[in-house]
Structures are given as C-alpha cells and as structure tokens.
Design a protein around this ligand. Structure first.
Ligand SMILES: *Cc1c(COP(=O)(O)O)cnc(C)c1O
Length: 241
C-alpha cells in the first residue's frame, strides 16, 4: 500500500505540473497566432500507475497515450476514461494489430505500409474505420521507426487506397538537437509536409493533426505549428522502469 501522505503529494505535484504546462501551451499557442484550445495536450502514461493517471484524468486531461499494446489493455479497466480519448503512440507489431484495433481512438505510430495495411485489415474484420497518424522519422535516424520523408511521399498514394483506415495527420519524434534553431528545422520541415499534403485531395487522407513536441520541446513544437503535444515526464515525473 502506498501511504496517503505520499499519494497526496503526488496528486498535488501532478495538478501543479498540469497547471504549468497548460499555461505554457496557451502562451505558445497565442505566440504562434492561435488560440490555447487549438493545441491539444496528451498525457503520456507509459510506466505510470493507474492511480496517478487518474489524478490527471480527474483534473481535466482528455487524451492519454500509451506506447505498448499490452500495457494499454492491462491498465484500461482501472482508468477513469469517461470522455477521454486513448491513442497508441509506440511502434505496433503486425501480430498485435488485431488486439489494439477497436480498443483505442487513434493509432499515431503508423510507421510502414505493412502496418497500415494490417490495421486496415483488422479494422475491416471488426467493421470499423480506424483513425491513424503517419509517423515520420524526420531526422532519418537509424535507431527510430517511422517513414523517412522520401518513403512517406512514395507510399502516400497506396496508403490512401487502404480501406478501413482514415489518415488524420502526422506524428514525429525529432532527433535530440544541440539548440533550438536546429530543432526548429525538423519541426518546420514537418509543418511544411503537413501543409503540403493538406492541399492535396487524396482519398481517406485529411491533415488535421500535427503531433509533435514532448516534455523537453513542446513549446518550440507549438511555435512551429504543432497542434498536439505528447507529454509524460513533465506531468508524472521521471519514469521508473
Ligand atoms: C514517451 C513518449 C513521449 C513523452 O515523453 P516525455 O519526454 O516524457 O514527455 C512522447 N511521445 C512518444 C512517442 C513517447 O514514446
């Protein structure tokens, strides 16, 4: 059992962190010529105990993200999910697609043509359409999943033809950068692709969500056009694996 005084402190910390983050999101949105409500906050809950996730949900968080299928499915029954959307944000293996399709509101981490097709196939089986984002490896890093920018453009038309998925936008995790101007180049590159595709008329592809920005760089990401930031450690504290 966790002690009450410890739980009270964690709750106060999470609420305080959310106040600070919401304030910074609002400031950055306004600076970039938008309204605070134009930028959506996702609480990233990987490794976080449902007790603490519920503190954030009870305090007004309306969107959560998990990286792993099993972890998402395990925690789900314990969460206060009324009116809350759930997104998968981690790499999805083909053999797990059937388990997650229908269990989340969006899969943000569609990083290959193969997984896009599999999500389509599993969605068809369940008679649903799954909303997805396409993940771009904007820094072309070996260690990261995601379409390279060239693969993204090569595959886009074929993805638009896959039944039972609806592409809603783009997601990225940029490389670790030395300074803000280097980081901004990656974010701006994403924003340009996002705007470029927005003007194209492709079946099943709309560009409404640009998911970029995490604890360390969300203000910068918003200034560069992000409208969904994914924040974990700045809400819940350092992750303990
Ligand atoms: C873990 C994770 C985050 C949140 O990272 P923090 O630095 O803790 O805010 C965001 N996006 C993805 C894809 C993640 O895996």
């Amino acid at each position: 059992m966790m002690e009450k005084s410890y739980l009270d402190k964690r709750k106060a910390d999470i609420q305080y962190n959310l106040d600070v983050i919401n304030e910074k999101i609002a400031e950055s949105a306004i600076k970039s010529g938008r309204r605070p409500e134009d930028v959506c906050l996702m609480a990233v809950t990987k490794t976080v105990d449902p007790i603490f996730i519920n503190y954030a949900l009870d305090y007004g968080v309306k969107l959560i993200g998990e990286n792993r299928v099993q972890e998402m499915l395990r925690k789900k029954p314990d969460l206060h999910l009324d009116g809350v959307d759930k997104h998968l944000i981690g790499h999805l293996q083909t053999n797990k697609a059937g388990q997650i399709v229908g269990e989340v509101d969006m899969i943000q981490s569609v990083d290959s043509l193969k997984i896009a097709k599999e999500i389509g196939k599993q969605s068809a089986k369940k008679g649903i359409v799954t909303d997805v984002l396409l993940e771009i490896n904007v820094g072309a890093e070996e260690s990261k999943t995601g379409f390279s920018t060239s693969e993204f453009f090569e595959n886009l038309e074929e993805i638009s033809l896959i039944p039972n998925i609806q592409v809603k936008g783009l997601m990225t995790v940029p490389p670790i950068c030395e300074n803000n101007s280097e980081l901004c180049k990656f974010f701006e590159n994403m924003f340009n692709i996002y705007v470029d595709i927005k003007t194209k008329k492709l079946d099943n592809i709309t560009m409404n969500i640009l998911s970029m920005g995490m604890s360390g760089d969300y203000e910068q990401a918003i200034l560069c056009g992000s409208n969904l930031v994914r924040i974990g450690s700045s809400i819940f504290g350092p992750r303990i694996y």
